[in-house]
Design a protein around this ligand. Structure first.
Ligand code: TYD
Length: 138
């Protein structure tokens, strides 16, 4: 996988004077079966989260409120995706280094995963990631 496989998917948006509504469906907007949902909140200013890669897990990330950036790196190329709308979803395939930064105050990151939590699926060393990538092991 490369950063070219990462994409922002615009989700349905029902604007309404009573408040807007958006939704996601698995195997529709989210191109995998959802096994896990988690969220990141109360991020202090200047902090970054998620500096790691997943070997198998795929992700779909939504900034439910506020904004933050997701940096995706395939070992050759890096791209920064700004999530600043509640109706944007970022699809991140497996085998990519990803980090989240520049969280706005009160931002809320919702993440869907294709796997249950599995510590063995994490690659936490960037050097190890580059090695796996160059050997085409992830
Ligand atoms: P982690 O994914 O390591 O966050 P980051 O890469 O931003 O540091 O998650 C932090 C901790 O939360 C980790 O030690 C284990 C726990 N955790 C779960 O138990 N289940 C989950 O689904 C996730 C995402 C994390």
């Amino acid at each position: 996988m490369t950063v070219e496989d990462v994409r922002i998917i615009e989700l349905p948006k029902f604007t309404d004077p009573r408040g807007n509504l958006s939704f996601v469906e698995q195997l529709n907007h989210i191109p995998f079966e959802i096994k896990r949902t988690y969220w990141i909140y109360d991020v202090p200013g200047g902090e970054a989260r998620g500096g790691h890669a997943f070997k198998v897990n795929e992700e779909f990330i939504v900034a439910l409120s506020g904004a933050f950036e997701v940096i995706v790196d395939d070992g050759r190329k890096k791209e920064v995706f700004l999530l600043n709308r509640s109706y944007y979803g970022l699809y991140v395939p497996s085998g990519l280094w990803r980090e989240m930064q520049n969280f706005s105050t009160n931002s809320l990151a919702l993440e869907f995963g294709s796997m249950h939590y599995d510590v063995k699926d994490y690659v936490r060393s960037y050097d190890e990631f580059l090695k796996l990538k160059s050997n085409e092991e992830i």
